[in-house]
Design a protein around this ligand. Structure first.
Ligand code: NAP
Length: 542
């Protein structure tokens, strides 16, 4: 072992979702001690919080999981293609139980600050209960979509009934049967929630500011034959995820561009793939949909035509039509019956983008410029402060007391989404300027990289790893340069969280490395193989 400074734990991580659990495995394997804190009452991260009706993963189950144990992959059985929040939670309990992870996890513990101590080189992590722990390595495993956006609507707080963010759905459930429900927002959360809530609520009104491009999910049960095939093929599946631009087990690139394909063949290929469901539609049809504006326009028109096919009311169809931005400049939700739900008599869509902007929340409902809507329950499905929100919610202080949230005021800079200059011995799992990809794949790649760095320090007797300013400047520039060349750079026109353009308190920014998850994973590996040239390793003086 290297430096033996006294610390309560070698590693402290905040967040007991996929990242926290994966970290426990790899850190323990390296022979180091770890404590994972979470303010939630359960493990699960996203799935401990997002318990709204219909909440489910949009990645297919068999690669939306941790892959460090072949035995676990063989033992666990999924029931459907896209598992519900509670099935995901059961899976995570299975991992924690089978790998005896519980002794490393402390729930119901809110971390209120993380401070780098200049004199000892340790991090001090303080809890809301007044406890403080030290560690040599601090890891943010808080998730890249976890801190909610609560818009500053006039009158928020005056509503007499339950008014809650979608990700704060009570663990004991919320009885909406026979009630009048207002949902503000129409992103992936509402697309999942609406069809379920509308079944038993007296009525549901969706307040939409921007219409989305939405693709079919096509939920289906896991059959014994499909499960057998998956389990026989797991090495190849993991390999596919590791080498895919979106970290998913997709068969792409397909080796053809829409731009070079005759129009009738284009339509035939799109028609063929549409009913298969999932993000496969984007990645297994053509390779240029997210880079060539004309190809993007053509596929966007196809998506609009197909997704609205079953919406009967022409006014509602018009309101649900996305306009003025490229397909995927906002993350497209997957449809589980969203559109058909608008044919029900108890469901209404209100366009707060153009036709009747939202004015205020009142004691009994929501007022727009045209009328007042009465509700028993209001759901704020208003999204998240992606990539930076969780880290900024805490004071995290690095060298000279520098606050991470201050550092990120204008640019959410990092080195590969993992290191931040002026924050020695701090690591982020899926931090800003990492790719947007299948999260468990990215999480596990990040963890392996982080633990390799820690292992090097332990082996070679280093106390500190100091991310280099020059390496950060270079990564920020490379990420911005790639971002500029993509169609996703137009997300600022439509409040896309992928650019932080959904935040009232911040300017839009580059949050995602769009060079491809596979290329990014290669870069992590190359860095580890080269001995982490992005950081300076130091021994403590004295
Ligand atoms: P979102 O996509 O950011 O949608 C938020 C919605 O709230 C949008 O319709 C937005 O309108 C609206 N909104 C926000 N602030 C508003 C304001 N001040 N006034 C009026 N409307 C406002 O959030 P989300 O639906 O929670 O989804 C976020 C991401 O979480 C997804 O893209 C996905 O990556 C992840 N997620 C995943 C799953 C899954 O995998 N199963 C499920 C849910 C969420 P604008 O569009 O006009 O901004």
């Amino acid at each position: 072992m290297g430096s033996q400074r006294q610390a309560d734990f070698d590693v402290i991580a905040v967040g007991a979702g996929f990242a926290g659990l994966g970290l426990i495995h790899y850190v323990r394997e390296a022979g180091l001690s770890i404590r994972v804190f979470d303010k939630a009452s359960d493990i699960g991260g996203t799935w401990a919080w997002n318990r709204y009706p219909g909440a489910a993963s949009d990645s297919e189950c068999y690669y939306y999981c941790l892959t460090f144990s072949k035995e676990l992959l063989q033992e666990w059985s999924w029931s459907v293609r896209y598992p519900s929040w509670d099935e995901n939670l059961r899976y995570m309990h299975f991992v924690a139980d089978r790998c005896d992870m519980w002794p490393h996890i402390k729930l119901n513990t809110q971390i209120v600050s993380a401070d780098f101590q200049e004199d000892t080189g340790l991090w001090k992590i303080s809890t809301a209960g007044g406890d403080a722990y030290t560690c040599r390595y601090f890891v943010s495993a808080m998730g890249m979509i976890s801190e909610p956006v609560i818009p500053g609507f006039k009158g928020l707080g005056t509503f007499k009934g339950p008014c809650l963010h979608s990700s704060r759905w009570p663990a004991q459930g919320l009885d909406y049967a026979g009630k009048r429900v207002g949902i503000i927002g129409s992103g992936a959360t509402t697309v999942q929630m609406l069809p379920v809530v509308a079944k038993t609520a007296a009525n549901v009104t969706v307040f939409q500011r921007t219409a989305n491009f939405i693709m079919p999910a096509v939920q289906k049960p896991m059959t014994p034959a499909w499960e057998k095939q998956i389990k026989a093929d797991y090495d190849a599946i993991i390999d596919k995820c590791r080498n895919h631009v979106f970290g998913m087990a997709f068969d792409s690139p397909v080796g053809r561009n829409l731009a070079d394909t005759p129009p009738d063949e284009v339509q035939q290929i799109l028609e063929e793939h549409w009913p298969r469901g999932s993000f496969r539609f984007v990645f297994e049809t053509f390779d240029d949909l997210l880079s060539n504006p004309e190809s993007n326009r053509i596929v966007g028109e196809f998506v609009i035509r197909k997704m609205l096919e079953n919406v009967k009311d022409p006014v509602v169809r018009d309101m649900l039509t996305p306009r003025g931005y490229p397909f995927f400049a906002k993350r497209p939700p997957l449809d589980h019956g969203f559109f058909e739900t608008f044919n029900r008599d108890n469901v209404k869509l209100v366009d707060i983008g153009n036709r009747e902007p939202l004015v205020e929340i009142t004691e009994t409902g929501i007022r727009t410029t045209k009328q007042h809507y009465e509700f028993d329950i209001i759901v704020l499905a208003t999204g998240f402060q992606a990539y930076t929100g969780a880290q900024e919610a805490l004071p995290i202080r690095g060298r000279n007391g520098l606050l991470l949230r201050d550092k990120w005021e204008d640019v959410s800079s990092s080195i590969m989404g993992v290191f931040v200059a002026d924050f020695p011995n701090m690591f982020m799992i899926t931090g800003p300027q990492a790719p947007f990809a299948n999260l468990p794949t990215s999480i596990e790649q990040n963890i392996q990289y982080i633990v390799d760095c820690i292992k090097k320090m332990e082996r070679d007797g280093y106390a500190l790893c100091e991310p280099k300013q020059a390496a950060e400047v270079a990564w920020v520039a490379e990420t911005a340069d790639i971002h500029r060349q993509t169609l996703m750079a137009q997300g600022d026109k439509v409040h896309s969280w992928m650019m932080g353009a959904n935040l009232e308190h911040r300017k839009p920014r580059v949050l995602i490395y769009y060079g491809g998850a596979n290329v990014y994973y290669d870069k992590l590996r190359a860095s580890a193989d080269a001995g982490f040239p992005e950081v300076e390793f130091e021994r403590l003086a004295g």
